[in-house]
Design a protein around this ligand. Structure first.
Ligand code: SAM
Length: 374
């Protein structure tokens, strides 16, 4: 099968020089060659016959996704995130499959396409529901449980378990962190006020417990029973989040405008397209680039690895390349892959990774260094 690799010059210390890697064929054959993903953008089957190979209803979705979810889970780092595009019912159908494979729900973004999306699409006499003008994009993180002699524990329970095991009273966590009462209240509480301690605070707790806790249970705050987790390692276990002010989990914008859509291939893009004309969309599922950019920006930094297993026109990867990330994308339809390749080439040629790199705070670079693929 065909491959196409972008050619950007290597960034110092950031691993592979490729801006993108497009595989034309079944992604099942590409997964093993791709490096550990920082994030995965899935825009696969919807159960609406949206492309050749899509299922005809939500019933077939679990089996459609199963091998992919298994591959993603096997490749993921504890800090890997997953974005899942789908209809509401499509996502609800595959959610248990994701949970079964260690993915933990974070949030749902709803794309509200607005009333314009209804026009001409709905016969109010025949449907018995409100017209659907939305899609969802759902964020998952890896479920993080720590193996202990007392069984696997979620992070929140483990932090308190380690502190209690050291024999130190809870309030001394404040002294350990150099704060008045915030450490006990935030990091060792078991209620919803709990916070994931930043690396610096984690290390303070760990150092204090190991220096002043009971000698019998040493080491405290260790994942392998031998070494104590450092601040860097701790931060590297968590997914990145680059906050974008002004954005909520509801994204309003109409479907793609005419000039944004790729057209004119005269191919049947999906089983439900009968007679394509020059004005027909090349792909029915092309996503807005600005949305893909938001997803990529939120959870990755320049140089990070973005997987897009169901490429279509590779909108997620085009966004990733434009933002200086490394995209790994597959598309099994040769016609779509050809269009995707051209988009990727242009994105690579016009990207300005230096500008993106400059926008990243130095603190994030330190964290990125601890999260590189093994
Ligand atoms: C919903 S579309 C993706 C659209 C894309 N997000 C965009 O903006 O253009 C899904 C695509 O995945 C492709 N696909 C489905 N299964 C695949 C597989 N196993 N390997 C590679 N591509 C696959 C389909 O051919 C289809 O083009």
């Amino acid at each position: 099968m065909e491959e196409d690799r972008g050619t950007r010059a290597p960034r110092p210390g950031r691993g592979t020089p490729r801006a993108y890697d497009l595989y034309t064929g079944d992604v099942a054959r590409a997964y093993a060659r791709w490096p550990t993903p920082t994030t995965i953008i899935s825009d696969g089957a919807y159960g609406v016959r949206g492309f050749h190979g899509d299922t005809t209803g939500p019933e077939g979705l679990v089996e459609w996704y199963r091998p992919h979810v298994q591959a993603w889970s096997a490749a993921a780092h504890p800090s890997t995130t997953l974005w899942v595009w789908n209809t509401e019912v499509g996502w609800a159908t595959i959610h248990p499959l994701l949970v079964e494979h260690g993915w933990e729900y974070v949030q749902t973004i709803t794309w509200d396409k607005g009333i314009a999306h209804v026009a001409g699409n709905v016969n109010g006499k025949t449907i018995r529901r409100f017209p659907v003008v939305s899609e969802v994009c759902v964020l998952y993180q890896r479920r993080f449980a720590i193996d202990t002699p007392d069984g696997p524990m979620p992070v929140r329970r483990w932090l308190r378990h380690e502190w209690v095991r050291s024999g130190l009273p809870l309030y001394r966590a404040n002294e350990a962190c150099g704060v008045r009462n915030a450490a006990t209240r935030k990091y060792l509480t078991q209620d919803w006020l709990w916070y994931w301690p930043p690396g610096e605070m984690f290390e303070k707790l760990a150092t204090y417990a190991n220096e002043r806790g009971a000698r019998t249970g040493w080491p405290y705050f260790s994942l392998d029973g031998e070494t104590v987790v450092t601040a860097k390692e701790w931060d590297g276990l968590r997914y990145r989040w680059n906050h974008q002010h002004g954005l909520t989990n509801i994204w309003h914008r109409g479907p793609l405008h005419d000039d944004e859509r790729l057209k004119g291939t005269l191919r049947r893009a999906a089983p439900r397209v009968y007679k394509p004309t020059a004005g027909s969309s090349a792909h029915l599922n092309q996503k807005p680039l600005e949305f893909m950019e938001r997803l990529v920006r939120a959870v990755t930094e320049p140089g990070d690895v973005v997987w897009e297993p169901f490429g279509g026109l590779a909108s997620g990867s085009v966004a990733a390349v434009a933002l200086g990330r490394r995209a790994y994308v597959a598309e099994r339809d040769k016609g779509f892959a050809k269009l995707a390749r051209e988009r990727l080439r242009v994105a690579d040629a016009t990207a300005d990774p230096a500008a993106e790199e400059a926008a990243v705070p130095a603190e994030h670079h330190r964290r990125a260094a601890t999260q590189e693929a093994p």
